[in-house]
Design a protein around this ligand. Structure first.
Ligand SMILES: Nc1ncnc2c1ncn2[C@@H]1O[C@H](COP(=O)(O)OP(=O)(O)OP(=O)(O)O)[C@@H](O)[C@H]1O
Length: 783
């Protein structure tokens, strides 16, 4: 049902021609690596099908067919985003059709101002420490204080005393006036795009107006009654991860629990925040939201705000279907609402927006999304930390005009625009960014060295290490927890071998009871060393003594995810969080002072969000990318990182740092070799990382191409000594392919060898194939 509804929202009808219908494929970037891999496979399959179709059509096929096909592919991504934006704004598809057809007959979206095909440029100042900046604003208000912006005095007091927030940040200064505090008849209400650097306070920029207006609405009865819980849901905030939902929920919870001065008539008890996230059953959140079963209060008659936090991620691959379904549900619920007898279901308060306000918020809102939003959303305003623009084109023109006046070499422009004149996404000013070019085989040891150096410099540091897949997260977490027990690991290895041998002997000798066998197995497993346990939230590190280790990824049980997130947030001692991109967006993890990207991010915005977990709100932060190919000139040499560790660890001669690095690598390899659990995790991590690496988008494959990877060296990054072939053949998925390839190679090699040497390759179990001994039969020529 949802599928049909979704389809009916497509607002750009394909031009009707006699050409065969060509199925377009999605062409999107971003998303999880698994989504991208799936996407690529589907695309490849469809492309082959289309090629076949085109071949089958008339000989010398019509070039217009091909052009149309190309055009459709090009606009596919934009269409996808437009459709979602239309759904968000609740536009009627038929109206959209008219709009599209009136747009100069173009089959793709055209900006309203007629600047088709033009790049949008919106300047953003590169900082998230906005409090001390003097920022211009369209509003005739004192934007430097919350009172000046019109925020209720109780809320201001609460922010100041309880949350230690005394002045609005730059993005809050610009966003709050647009939110139209007082409401009132005849006021234009705008949808909004909020874009500012990570850690700049965007959450409060959209939450404060909502809370303020709901509080104000509670002072006046509508239809004789004060607002109550029975009126349903007033605002929905959608986020791409459960942790972010949890964080936003907690912020709202704190806000609605603020003490209020009763004489003002404002009441907050009727505002009840709720959270809908999936549990172990992945479909549950979608299901509950679709059916509206979770709570009776999920009534959307009065829905006045729909916020898409990390909107660019929500519009990305892997999310759009869920988003469509949720939006379709909202529409459906509105369409088929059943009036409740004796109950006023619709609120008509002068303090609330008259319609649903849509807010899209992120540090990285792409230009195409903004351009399409001008068409799809309702009077959208583009709010950055520096300015508010009426539409994306206005912002672009202004940026261009500014560029024209100042000359292309203006320092400001260099900061704001890239070489092609597009807006640059920015990282916080105070963030120190370093790239270390490391050969794959030294990546692991450099990671260890870098973490050791960080802890030496600042003993209670909190670090986040980003990895590309959950298998790599599990392995690193486990390795850093137990890999430092060098001596134990060696003993363990001997014990395991002894144990397994003696058990095998005993099995064949006597017939023990099942219970005795179980006991022996358990003993053997215990001897085999530590194992990764699902119920562990935190481990002590043996590689970094005194440090606590955490891990976070999407395949963990929800309960563990939440516990880990909270435990790491609260940790005040030296801590490391190993994580996938699930922690890259939006999370406000206090006092994280260093980010290490062990695996490269999947694209620019992913990089920005990852590094944004540190240097938040003007604090300092340090990030490091460990990469075996340079993205830009080498910032910090691998040698300097390793030398520093050696120095810290008492190595006197500078030349001995290599020895120390070798010792660390050897220690970790010994552990992996001697521990069955570690060996399994390492192999799995190695394979999954290669798969993830292979899904880098085409624009970045000149740097991150799987062909550039040295598989043998990469194994060392996962503390493995085996050759990749051996590792791969141990895996079910690749086993047959590897075996088949090896068999073929072997056969070819055998055939090439001189006859007298071939016999050596014959196994004693070989049966009756004479060619194995003498090579293939060949016809002899008669002469
Ligand atoms: N005006 C303010 N003064 C001081 N601290 C603030 C202010 N506004 C927000 N903060 C705090 O700044 C931190 C970062 O805010 P927030 O998480 O909203 O950033 P963000 O811009 O949404 O970041 P991201 O893009 O990473 O999601 C939070 O701890 C928040 O409480």
């Amino acid at each position: 049902m949802c599928r049909t509804t979704t389809a009916s929202f497509l607002n750009f009808a394909t031009t009707e021609t006699s050409a065969p219908v060509v199925r377009t494929t999605k062409a999107k970037n971003g998303g999880r690596w698994k989504d991208r891999l799936h996407e690529r496979r589907v695309k490849k399959h469809q492309a082959t099908k289309e090629q076949k179709k085109l071949k089958q059509s008339k000989a010398g096929s019509d070039p217009s067919q091909y052009q149309q096909h190309r055009q459709e592919q090009k606009t596919q991504q934009d269409d996808e985003v437009t459709r979602l934006l239309d759904e968000i704004s609740g536009h009627h598809p038929s109206k959209q059709k008219q709009k599209a057809s009136s747009a100069a007959g173009s089959s793709g979206p055209t900006p309203l101002t007629g600047q088709a095909g033009k790049q949008i440029r919106i300047p953003v100042l590169p900082s998230n420490a906005g409090q001390d900046k003097s920022v211009s604003s369209n509003a005739v208000v004192d934007t430097s204080t919350f009172e000046g912006l019109g925020l209720d005095s109780d809320v201001v007091k609460f922010l100041h005393t309880k949350l230690e927030i005394s002045k609005p940040t730059a993005i809050q200064q610009n966003a709050l006036p647009i939110a139209d505090w007082q409401g009132g008849r005849g006021r234009i209400e705008h949808d909004a795009f909020i874009q500012a650097a990570t850690g700049s306070g965007k959450t409060l920029a959209y939450l404060l107006p909502i809370i303020h207006r709901l509080l104000t609405a509670s002072t006046m009865p509508t239809k004789g009654a004060y607002p109550s819980r029975e009126l349903g849901t007033f605002a929905i905030v959608l986020t791409p991860t459960r942790e972010l939902a949890q964080q936003v929920y907690e912020t709202i919870q704190t806000l609605v629990n603020m003490p209020l001065d009763k004489s003002t008539g404002m009441r907050a008890h009727w505002m009840v925040p709720g959270i809908v996230v999936g549990g172990e059953k992945k479909q549950s959140e979608k299901g509950r939201l679709r059916k509206g079963e979770n709570t009776k209060a999920f009534m959307v008659d009065n829905l006045r705000w729909l916020v898409l936090d990390e909107a660019d991620r929500l519009l990305e691959l892997g999310f759009e279907e869920t988003l469509s379904k949720i939006l379709a549900l909202l529409d459906e619920k509105l369409k088929f609402r059943v009036p409740v007898l004796g109950r006023a279901t619709m609120v008509n308060s002068p303090f609330l927006p008259k319609r649903r306000i849509n807010v899209l918020c992120s540090a990285t809102l792409q230009d195409n999304v903004k351009r399409l939003a001008t068409q799809s959303l309702n009077n959208p305003r583009f709010i950055s930390a520096t300015k508010v623009h009426e539409n994306a084109d206005q912002a672009a023109e202004e940026a261009q005009g500014h560029r024209g006046k100042q000359g292309a070499s203006s320092a400001d422009d260099e900061d704001l625009l890239d070489s092609e004149g597009r807006i640059k996404f920015t990282v916080p000013d105070q963030l120190v960014q370093r790239a270390v070019i490391v050969p794959a085989k030294l990546r692991l040891v450099t990671l260890v060295a870098q973490i050791k150096n960080t802890f030496r410099r600042q003993p209670s540091s909190k670090l986040i290490v980003f990895l590309s897949c959950k298998d790599a997260v599990d392995f690193m977490y486990f390795l850093m927890a137990h890999g430092g027990r060098q001596a134990e690991a060696e003993d363990d290895q001997d014990d395991v071998t002894k144990d397994l041998f003696s058990d095998a002997m005993r099995d064949s000798d006597d017939e023990d009871s099942d219970e005795a066998k179980k006991q022996r197995e358990k003993k053997a497993l215990d001897k085999a060393g530590p194992r990764l346990k699902d119920d562990e939230i935190v481990l002590d590190s043996t590689v970094f003594p005194g440090a606590k280790l955490f891990r976070l990824h999407g395949s963990m049980l929800q309960k563990r995810r939440t516990e880990t997130f909270l435990a790491f947030s609260k940790s005040t001692q030296a801590s490391i969080l190993f994580t996938t991109d699930v922690a890259a967006r939006g999370l406000d993890l206090p006092n994280v002072n260093s980010i290490i990207q062990f695996d490269p991010p999947s694209d620019v915005s992913s990089y920005l969000h990852r590094v944004g977990r540190t240097a938040r709100l003007g604090r300092s932060g340090y990030i490091q990318l460990l990469q075996d190919k340079g993205l830009r000139p080498q910032d910090e040499s691998m040698e300097s990182v390793l030398k520093l560790t050696a120095k810290y660890e008492g190595v006197k001669k500078a030349s001995e740092w290599q020895l120390r690095a070798g010792e660390i690598q050897a220690m970790l390899e010994r552990f992996t070799l001697g521990n069955m659990a570690a060996a399994g995790l390492a192999k799995q991590a190695y394979l999954s990382s290669i798969r993830a690496y292979a899904t880098h988008i085409s624009a970045e494959r000149s740097i991150f191409h799987v062909k550039f990877l040295h598989f043998g060296h990469l194994a060392k990054a996962f503390a493995l000594r085996e050759t990749p072939k051996e590792v791969a053949s141990g895996k079910g998925n690749n086993q047959r392919a590897v075996e088949a390839k090896e068999k073929k190679e072997h056969e070819v090699a055998v055939k090439k060898r001189p006859l007298f040497k071939r016999g050596n390759d014959i196994s004693e179990f070989a049966v009756g194939d004479i060619s194995a001994y003498y090579g293939p039969r060949v016809k002899r020529s008669k002469d």
